[in-house]
Design a protein around this ligand. Sequence first.
Ligand code: APR
Length: 242
Amino acid sequence: MTNHQLPMTNMKRIVVFTGAGVSAESGLGTFRDSDGLWEHYRIEDVCTHEAWLRNPQLCVEFYNARRKDTLAAQPNAAHVAIAKLQHAIPGTRVITQNIDDLHERAGATEVVHLHGEITKLRSENNETATVPLNGWEQHYGDRHPDGSLLRPYIVFFGEGVPYFDEACRIASQADIMVVVGTSLNVYPAASLIHYAPANCPIYFVDPGQPEFGMWADRITHIRKKATEGVPELVEKLIKENS
Ligand code: APR
């Protein structure tokens, strides 16, 4: 059997896990860096179920603004490189904490969004009953086909993460994990790296100093911005694994 006939099972399974840092250079602010979104808004006012019940109009306005920003943003070199990796090494999966659609617009497919998607709305009664929204503006009061009120398709703090089990399953099958631009502050998403098999190398592209804790020994920290570090890493991975 020649090399190019190797069965798919011999190909490395690469899992890319991203946070707000991957979209920072597209102009979408992160949450916890200085001047981040949570310095300007209180989570309790816009991103909890209680906030939604207390002042849904404010939540709608907050996410309308996020949607407007997202639609105006363009994928950057890191999103493009991740999509290239997915096409070069079939089976590569992308899991993101981000609500933007920049991975998809760069050409990535089957992206698992742990915290929802800004381009969609969901039924108030069913966390996975989503509908697409054209444009940036949700009008408060519109209803889902199931009759319930539509709310932004965002996983609020304190709510369950509907696709976390699927993400864990994907992470547990990784041969290589690439993590980009996350402070690892928000659980359960941050625990995804715990699901990578023991012998799975973990590359972490982030110019900051996320708290790796007991995982520090297993992590290769590439202290670069996503648009620089990710394309370099992707070239290396493609060279070594395809
Ligand atoms: N390239 C790569 N990483 C970057 C860049 C960049 N250009 N700029 C900043 N970062 C890094 C920061 O160093 C930090 O580690 O991105 C990370 C951003 O961290 P957070 O703002 O905490 O974002 P994230 O980890 O994605 O937040 C998780 O919190 O409020 C929520 O639901 C929201 O999904 C989000 C979750």
